[in-house]
Design a protein around this ligand. Sequence first.
Ligand code: S3P
Length: 430
Amino acid sequence: MERRVKGCASLRGEVTPPGDKSISHRAVILNSIAQGRARIENFAPGADLGATVSCLRALGVGIIEEGDMLTVSGAGREGFREPPDVLNAGNSATTMRLLAGLLAAQPFLSLVTGDESLRSRPMYRLIQPLRLMGAEIWGRGNDSLAPLAIKGNRLKGIDYRLPIASAQIKSAILIAALFAQGTTTVEEPAPSRDHTERLLRNMGVNVESDGPRIVLIPNSSPLSPIDVHIPGDISSAAYWLIAGAIHPNAHIKVMNTGINPTRSGIIDVLLQMGAKLRVERERVVGGEPVADLAVESSDLVGTEIGGSLIPRLIDEIPLIALAGAFARGTTTIRDAQELRVKESDRIGATVKELSKLGADIDGLPDGMVIRGGRKLQGGDCSSHQDHRLAMTLGIAALVAQGETVIHDAQVVEMSYPNFWQDLERLTQRI
Ligand code: S3P
């Protein structure tokens, strides 16, 4: 599907982002391991979560969906069954990697595949620690790629340093650690999103965090199911935060958004760039900090980002590049080589597509340099089959002159199926 978006005269109104994708994956997977029934409210829509739910069902978990409410009847640690067919994680690395942690401990064979993009993403980083824990796990391409074959085993705890900050690999290890004998310690170069740790703690598991180091001590009692109300996804909210800041006539309020400090780097960067952004009505919902965010047209200045900030905004970097194109001076993004192995090569794809619209942007091996101040012109763009690219281009189109065509725009369905409808609603044309 192609989507045509014209530059708009103003952006006004309130928007509520969909439920957080990362927390939704974890809430349904961890409750599947628990003994008993849990309700999950405001469960994230989209194909990525659909993949997690169907894989869990194939493993014997009872899941009832009613709108955005899910009822999960946990299998308990011992209640999973061998899937009758290959499990398909679709486009979702979170599904594949977190489930691999669970499957590594099951006494049966599982085969896990994904779409073309997921089958090109690195898996040795997952295979290595799970093997150290005792799992038998193999991948295509000399253990570098999916499909994966996993023959679960009795696992033992490990002391592991992740070579790169990755919440997916950290979570896979922590999930495997729930089934292992002995303590597991994971240390990252910088802290990544900590939703797994928060949920596990609320479910009665002994998990201690000390900055980038997490220690999990498993016990034999079953995990307690936990009802969760999922906050809005800051990675989806971010599209409207950037739109509000770079559009010359904007006033947007983004409601009910998770502002967990391991995810809120985008707020820090926007403030650093001079955005008129207010964090309002801060509260805690289901163990996660939540707020409403008000943003309006701003005069942005360029900035430099890198280091431990990167894992706190990893999925928002294409948007930060777009903000850089509207800022005074130069914006430099470093230490973000992980972007090369996301749903697309997000450095290459962002540089290519924003250049087509007239942005002055260059790629670096681990980031981008954007010189702000050039006016954007509508153009003919591709999403590279990447939901975050499609949405970034949708926002760029709102501030470009003329019309932009975005090919393969339906890919927003991975995380934010109503994105184009929300965009239309906030757009007021003269
Ligand atoms: C996610 C972790 C991040 C992020 C992805 C979701 C998660 O990936 O990019 O969109 O839910 O754990 P990495 O763990 O590979 O950095």
